[in-house]
Design a protein. Sequence first.
Length: 329
Amino acid sequence: MRHLFVSLLLFFFIAASGAGFWYWSYVTTASPGSGEVVVVLAKGIGVRGIGAVLAKNGLLPNDLRYLLLVYFSGSTARLQAGEYSIPRGLTPPEVLRLLINGSTLRHHVTIVEGATAEQVAAIFEKDGWVKRDHFLELVHDPQYIKQLGIDSSALEGYLFPETYNLIRQDTDATSVTRMMVNRFLHVWNEIKTSDLHGLSLHQVVTLASVVEKETGAAAERPLIARVFLNRLAQKMRLQSDPTVIYGIREFNGNLTRADLRRTTPYNTYVIPALPPGPICNPGRAALEAVLHPADSDALYFVSKNDGTHFFSNNLADHNRAVETYQRGR
């Protein structure tokens, strides 16, 4: 019996030592190779699914030791889904630590000032962040717009242009539109003034969108805003080409005299007022230009074909400027 006991004790010692070495070699062995591997862990994938993805990409062996490591480290419910860039050469515990910390990849997507809602949808769809049609449905969904705290029939004008940091698995059309509108509201609360020049918030955004599209040189925004405010005060038509273009479906790039005479809600050569809504998504500078316009009596401006404009206080001076800069006389 004594020999049997010693033999069993020796067997269990050897077995335990072997198991310990087997587990220790797992947790201390780094994955081979160099560089980084991008992996996407979908929501609800589970511990076993995560192990399979990591093993498929050569980041750790997926066997019983992986499950033991997750269990003994208390990581069962702490591994987070998302998109990760994981360096090769890490040990399994180091890989799991990245997933526990949620060190997901962040992507930068830039929306430029003056982009329309359709252009914004195309930018986000390009890299698979949203489905374009769903994005535009939300842009024109009255109930959803009201939930966001916007008093408008569409989100055009309120999708604030900026560089956004996005995370896979946490981004869709709803989160993107909500993020952009929240950014607009944040900026608006920072810059709003008590004097809106007799305009509502929606009218300020609408006019800012026209200023954004009309401006080639940033320094001219306040003066262009003043021209339009002066014309509105005198009940003159704004006569802005970008508004006409916005009202033409499938615009081919050639604005004609017939287009300028066509009656649409956005043709400011016809309607003696602001268009019904923004024609693009203006940036902070355009909004500030409307709130803080230049001090001027100018009523007209004409392009000098170099990105700047010539401003006039009366029609006679304006016509001469048109002859000079647009007709080459």
